[in-house]
Write a new protein. Structure first.
Lengths: 427, 567
């Protein structure tokens, strides 16, 4: 039996949740997480099944880095400076919009960003607005080509060619039973090798210094596609034959990615009677249901995996979810779609309350002039015109966060001498 | 996978039970023998296997193989190997050492010389035994019997105590077939079974242990049944003077003992009779902080044949110490929960005895022996003029500001109006608030400072139905028998204490005529720390399986439309 799981989506949501409620501080030297934060975030990631772990080094550290990379490339999270100037990793508005989506759309947005399509086709599907017709956001197109791309003198056209050829190769798997991986790769080299063109080979030779036979490079590109995207996004299922060689199979996500199906099936639809949401806010899985685990893990605290009491909904977990962009509707829909025995009324009521008490506030650096008395404050504000505004009876703010030299001169000419001060706490 | 089977056995020793399974009831009955019920919300109940739960099962005659067999019989997925090993190991430890009587002496024996060596080197046990008789036997001084049992539990080798009991002073007595009021009286089936399990035919395999029954299920009656079985002088220890007097009333009402055979030993009276009912308070009283406990001598005042510990989960530490020296007396613990907030469940097992009987409250509810309870949390805003006081208060004081929300009396009144004719308790923590409520509702207030005479008068009127509403402080938390209360409104509590919640709810669980429905309301100031503490209580009640609703009201008293699903 083959295993497919879009664990990259799970990892991306786990990381986004972790850094949205409270931007996560990074080390100044290398702008990486501190070890304790790595441990904390990795702790929220679900361990992988043995079938997948045997395929490659999908350790938690590697998965975390991969999730970081994807979120950053998609613009869903980025490094910023906090108010003290320290680097932090934080979710963006686009990231929150993505998190707000239901389970299917969450997955679909990422697959859409990889689909090997022509730009006009993307435009036709997505339209010009950021929000697509079905409510999902449009993420930047990453393409299926692995992280390290051809470029420069070789021209980006090779990337698109490789994507198209790879798509053809993977489409070859459709409706086939689990197929040996080397059979697929042999087929891809023989029937869909864009690097077979001698002219192209010479350019690659010059640009990359690879050996004369570039078929090895094509195999590497395909392998990277499999390991960086197709397996982590659940587009390929993995199994092992009796001799310990990997078998792969195209899944519903794969069929969608390669344009064989027009939409993704809802993984929560037709879920067997397996999840119970208890009035004490614990979520019990009576049998394994990975899709439900993925959906519920976005707003609840993980206690276990596979079967048993896997999650607990807490005010904290809901607050973190709200910070990451989930809405009351998303949370309740996920609960109602997964829980068979009905959502207890007290649980629904509390979630509504916790969600509605969440607020998004904005902090910005400001420059204020402490005028000492109201009359002075009025004079300063009058001299400053549009560049200054009163924010209290004796305090004037420069909304742009700076006092231009011309304004300082103007104030000085009026007998108002501004000098730099330090914050003094109240008694 | 066997989807129809109800158990999911986890490697962390938790067992989940799917209530919807067709085999749920038989699986639950099997589980109760060797696992502790942790929580029982609507869909999936959680049990846990612990060393004590396995030893309790062994004390009831179950073998490790039977426990594994029961798990395999009902498990949906294969039982984890770690659990098999753990159960076999724990079960094999019980009974490997036995405490026996030999003339006037006690002996501890085992069949395994290596185990005897290991125990001899154990720090706790090594300091207690009175020397070795041979490679497998130790002499045990009579006075350290209890401490030896404690040490052996800590060493992971609980002793099977077969040393027997002193018979105690004989006291012929019987349960009445009709109470003094003329009502028919007999033990209910589950009470009878609990008495039989404790009595164990009068053998040394019984005579000590704990009976676990939910509030309102008649634990006192089980105590009376045990007294009548042994027909021996009995010391009953209770949590309060009111509870002590209610024990005395029950004894006189339901047994044939005359009043002159029953005494009260409390702060008010020191009357020692063949049946003496005392309080934990008087036993642990001492004139100064470091002075000796002056009343612990009560345990030696008579040749008690049975000691009953009411609400054993509250047994205070000094009484534990004395109990360690009373292992030759029969001991019965009564409680609604084996869980102690101080974590001394081991001591209850070692010093009082293993669990002898337990009946889940859901079973009793279904059979109509206790009332169905509907729990409702009513949230109301803190009036605007109190918001600033709340905002600027110290964190601990905030709770009180929220708890004493002056809008609460109006809401209490509305709740009482929706349950006309139902006897109601209004329960709170802060006396000032209760006095204000009493005034607003025109109801008397019963607090710790209410004189005993007035207290008894109020309770009598309440029982008689001439007093429809009674405002009570924390004194009502324990063992006040108010058989006709079917409505409780909680206006303030102790920082979300789960034990307090259980006790307060217990006040209204006695069976009711008609629909057998009780209502338990908790008033909470919205968006305050009180709401956070209420969440703990909500969790607790839901874990117990009670239906829990949340309603919002505005100062006018009308529901404001939030949370429509709750109505």
């Amino acid at each position: 039996m083959s295993t497919a799981r879009p664990f990259l989506i799970e990892d991306m949501t786990a990381l986004l949740l972790a850094c949205s409620a409270e931007p996560t501080r990074l080390r100044k030297a290398d702008r990486d997480f501190y070890a304790r934060d790595r441990t904390r975030i990795a702790g929220a990631m679900r361990p992988l099944e043995g079938d997948l772990l045997a395929l490659a080094d999908f350790g938690l550290d590697v998965r975390l880095d991969h999730a970081w990379s994807m979120l950053s490339r998609l613009g869903f999270a980025r490094i910023e400076s906090d108010l003290s100037g320290a680097p932090v990793y934080t979710g963006t508005r686009e990231g929150r919009e993505w998190m707000e989506l239901g389970d299917v759309m969450l997955h679909r947005v990422i697959l859409d960003s990889l689909r090997p399509l022509m730009e006009d086709e993307v435009e036709r599907i997505h339209g010009r607005s950021r929000k697509m017709a079905h409510g999902a956001i449009r993420a930047p197109r990453l393409g299926l080509f692995p992280f390290q791309r051809f470029g420069g003198y070789l021209g980006g056209a090779i990337n698109a060619e490789c994507e198209r050829a790879a798509a053809e190769a993977f489409r070859w798997l459709v409706d086939k039973p689990p197929t040996p991986l080397d059979t697929l790769l042999e087929h891809a080299v023989a029937a869909h090798n864009p690097l077979a063109d001698p002219q192209l080979q010479r350019r690659i030779l010059l640009g990359y210094g690879v050996a004369r036979d570039v078929s090895g490079l094509w195999l590497r590109i395909l392998s990277d596609m499999i390991l960086q995207y197709l397996v982590p996004l659940g587009a390929l299922a993995v199994a092992w034959d009796d001799e310990g060689y990997p078998l792969i199979e195209l899944t519903a996500a794969g069929r969608y990615l390669f344009g064989l199906d027009s939409d993704l099936p809802d993984p929560l639809a037709g879920l067997p009677d397996s999840v119970r949401i208890q009035a004490d806010f614990h979520i019990v899985f009576l049998r394994p249901a990975p899709a439900a685990e993925r959906a519920l893990g976005r707003f609840s605290e993980r206690l276990g995996t596979d079967v048993g009491t896997l999650f607990r909904i807490t005010p904290e977990s809901v607050r973190i979810a709200a910070a990451a962009g989930l809405t009351e509707r998303t949370v309740l829909e996920a609960l109602e779609a997964t829980c068979i025995g009905g959502l207890p009324r007290n649980v629904k009521r509390e979630i509504q309350g916790w969600m509605s008490s969440s607020r998004r506030l904005t902090a910005r650096m400001a420059l204020v002039i402490d005028c000492g008395d109201e009359e002075t404050a009025l004079r300063v504000a009058a001299e400053g015109g549009a560049k200054l505004r009163m924010i209290g009876s004796t305090v004037v703010e420069a909304p742009e966060g700076k006092l231009p030299a011309a304004l300082l001169r103007k104030l000085a000419a009026a007998g108002l001498f501004v000098e730099e001060g330090v914050y003094e706490p109240w008694d | 996978m066997r989807p129809d089977d109800p158990l999911i056995v986890q490697s962390d020793h938790a067992i989940l039970v799917d209530v919807a399974s067709p085999r749920y009831v038989e699986a639950r009955d099997a589980l109760l023998v060797f696992a502790e019920l942790v929580k029982s919300p609507e869909h999936v109940h959680t049990y846990r296997i612990t060393p004590l739960s396995i030893w309790n099962a062994c004390a009831a005659g179950r073998a490790g193989s039977e426990i594994i067999g029961a798990l395999e019989e009902y498990a949906r997925f294969p039982v984890p190997d770690t659990i098999r090993r753990s159960v076999v190991d724990l079960a094999s430890r019980y009974g490997r050492v036995r405490l026996l009587r030999s003339g006037d002496e006690l002996l501890l024996e085992t069949d395994e010389p290596a185990l005897a060596e290991e125990l001899a080197r154990h720090r706790g046990f090594g300091a207690l035994h009175g020397g070795r008789l041979d490679p497998t036997r130790f002499r045990i001084p009579v006075e350290v019997r209890g401490r030896v049992k404690q040490a052996l539990v800590q060493a992971g080798h609980p002793a099977e105590d077969l040393a027997g009991y002193t018979p105690g002073e004989r006291l012929p007595m019987q349960l009445r077939a009709r109470t003094t009021g003329g009502h028919p009286f007999a033990l209910r089936a589950y009470q009878d079974e609990a008495v039989a399990a404790f009595y164990a035919g009068g053998s040394t395999r019984g005579g000590s242990g704990v009976v676990v029954l939910p509030c309102g299920a008649g634990k006192t009656i089980v105590g009376l049944g045990c007294m009548a079985s042994f027909e021996a002088s009995t010391l009953v220890l209770t949590t309060s003077i009111t509870a002590a007097r209610q024990w005395i009333e029950e004894i006189l009402d339901k047994t044939n003992l005359p009043a002159d055979r029953v005494g009260e030993y409390s702060g008010h009276t020191k009357d020692i009779r063949p049946v003496t009912v005392a309080t934990y308070n008087i036993l642990t009283h001492r004139p100064a902080k470091n002075a000796p406990f002056t009343h612990l001598g009560l345990f030696d005042e008579r040749d008690w044949g049975l000691i009953i510990y009411d609400e054993v989960h509250l047994l205070p530490a000094p009484v534990f110490q004395v109990t360690a020296g009373l292992q030759a007396r029969r001991r019965l613990g009564l409680t609604a929960t084996l869980v102690r907030e101080d974590g001394r469940e081991d001591d209850v097992f070692a010093l009082i005895g293993p669990r002898r009987a337990e009946v889940p409250w859901k079973v009793l509810e279904r059979e109509g022996w206790i009332a169905r309870a509907r729990c409702t949390e009513v949230r109301l805003p803190l009036p605007a003029e109190y918001r600033m006081e709340y905002a600027t208060a110290e964190p601990r004081a905030r709770f009180r500001v929220a708890a004493e929300n002056p809008a609460k009396p109006e809401v209490v009144r509305r709740i009482l109006d929706t349950h006309p004719g139902e006897p109601a308790l209004v329960i709170g923590t802060y006396v000032e608030q209760l006095r204000m409520l009493g005034k607003a509702l025109g109801a008397p207030v019963l607090t710790g400072s209410t004189s005993q005479t007035r207290r008894e008068g109020l309770l009598a009127r309440f029982r008689a139905g001439t007093l429809p509403v009674l405002v009570v402080s924390k004194v009502a938390n324990f063992a006040i028998d108010l058989p006709d209360a079917s409505l409780a409104v909680q206006v303030s509590g102790t920082f979300g204490s789960r034990q307090e919640e259980a006790q307060r709810l217990g006040r209204i669980l006695r069976p009711k005529p008609g629909l057998n429905q009780a209502h338990f309301y908790t008033l909470v100031s919205r968006d305050t720390v009180e709401q956070e503490f209420a969440l703990r209580r909500q969790m607790f009640l839901c874990e117990q399986g009670y239906e829990y609703r949340i309603e919002d009201v505005e100062p006018s008293g009308r529901a404001n439309g939030r949370g429509p699903a709750d109505r």
